[in-house]
Design a protein around this ligand. Structure first.
Ligand code: SF4
Length: 432
């Protein structure tokens, strides 16, 4: 269930139906102000709405004042164990302070932080981690880690409510993807406060991105989660931001910059698509708008599969084609495919977002496409033609079709030849 409450973190709304915010955490020593600020700037450029910095020492809390002044996005201070650092971070302008009530030294110290946050109008993030649950939940954690996480979170929420403080979001983090999903699902049914999602210590860029996409993507698809952080073992925090955005873009929760579609390639590939895709991806970084660009390795399936793309390339051995929204634009030599693609994209923007078509070049490209298509491939267009022909042959039912209906299939039902099937023996049948 989506959160009901909304909080404001330095001008970024979190929860209550606001767009899911992307955040990350700097990897620098916070007291090294220039290194920290330049990493924050790179993260903001990559699309971070919020950036968190670790505050383990007095000098880090001191550095916060300058960092907050120079940062292009609101800064969240991450505090463990020492409530005086939380107080200093609040005084030094942090837009939010993340603390774990279980390790900050007891309810009285939590109350002091809450009082200061209330006075300054600064929200808090209550962070519960599977590795640092309160002592009385350790046994439960062993038996039922999900229940233990949710119980800790609910206890902290009750503490905040006893302190008459509701300006907070909550996170429960686990290294286990199933536990992250189950605990957040359970908690979202029990509290109205915004949820921050993350799979903690997710791993490298490769495994961490996948674990986060599965865990966070599942929750976000259910409408759970108001802000996300992807935890990756890389010094480049902006990589976490990029992955976060890809998850939101994949779920169509937010739009940012172009969307690149590229075929997986196969034995029909006839040009160096790896380098073409990498180059297209690199050059698309200069564009802010959510145009869709497609790269197909060959014309076997025509361009029907990428019909929705604003612009695309399909290649062959010594020539390729630029197309737009399913229509050919021009045929070009393979080595000029990328340059010509971007020339067309720039022409589109120069014309006020209108496709500029040279009819002569477009019809030459259409002829080339027809010559290069695989006559046996089941493209959407070919399937439609075959269906139409079959309908004509079968005759009758035209009234039904005219009314938008679907003609019932004729002939015996299709059976699978298990002997010759390439997936023979790998199918399974669900009992129910
Ligand atoms: S578009 Fe062509 S090269 Fe790419 S996967 Fe499909 S058939 Fe293979």
């Amino acid at each position: 269930m989506a959160s009901e409450r909304q909080i404001d973190v330095g001008g970024v709304p979190i929860g209550g139906g606001a767009p899911v915010a992307v955040q990350t955490m700097t990897k620098t020593e916070t007291a090294n102000v220039s290194a920290t600020v330049s990493q924050i700037e790179r993260c903001a450029e990559a699309g971070a709405d919020l950036v968190r910095v670790a505050v383990p020492r007095d000098e880090d809390a001191e550095a916060l004042r300058t960092i907050v002044e120079r940062s292009p996005v609101p800064i969240i201070a991450d505090i463990h164990f020492n409530h005086t650092l939380a107080l200093k971070a609040l005084d030094n302008g942090a837009a939010c302070v993340r603390l774990n009530p279980g390790n900050i030294g007891g309810p009285e110290k939590v109350a002091q932080v809450v009082d200061r946050a209330r006075t300054l109008g600064t929200p808090l993030r209550i962070g519960v981690n599977s590795g640092s649950l309160p002592r009385h939940l350790r046994e439960l954690e062993f038996e039922n880690p999900v229940e233990a996480l949710v119980t800790a979170a609910v206890e902290f929420v009750e503490l905040m409510e006893r302190l008459d403080f509701t300006d907070f979001k909550l996170s429960m983090k686990s290294t286990s993807v199933p536990n992250t999903i189950a605990s957040n699902r359970m908690l979202s049914e029990r509290i109205p406060y915004p949820l921050h999602l993350g799979v903690t210590e997710a791993g490298t860029r490769w495994t961490g991105s996948l674990k986060s996409a599965v865990g966070l993507g599942t929750l976000l698809a259910d409408g759970i989660g108001d802000t996300i952080r992807i935890s990756l073992s890389t010094f480049h925090a902006e990589e976490e931001v990029k992955v976060g955005w890809e998850i939101l873009k994949a779920l169509k929760l937010r739009e940012r910059g172009p969307v690149l579609i590229a075929c997986p390639t196969c034995g029909r590939l006839q040009f160096d698509m790896d380098s073409v895709v990498a180059e297209v991806e690199r050059r698309l970084e200069a564009y802010d708008e959510p145009i869709e660009v497609s790269v197909l390795g060959c014309a076997v399936n025509g361009i029907g599969e990428a019909r929705h793309a604003d612009f695309g390339i399909t290649g062959a051995k010594d020539a390729g084609m630029i197309f737009s929204r399913g229509e050919p634009l021009k045929k070009v030599p393979t080595e000029r495919l990328v340059d010509e693609l971007f020339a067309e994209i720039d022409r589109y923007y120069a014309a006020g977002k209108k496709i500029v078509r040279d009819e002569h070049a477009a019809s030459e490209a259409a002829r080339w496409l027809a010559d290069n298509e695989d006559a046996t491939a089941m493209t959407p267009e070919r399937l439609a033609q075959l269906e139409e022909a079959a309908n004509r042959e079968a005759g009758g039912g035209d009234e039904l079709l005219a009314a938008g209906g679907v003609r019932p299939p004729t002939g015996p039902p299709t059976t699978l030849d298990e002997e010759s099937s390439p997936v023979a023996g790998r199918r399974f049948t669900r009992a129910r």
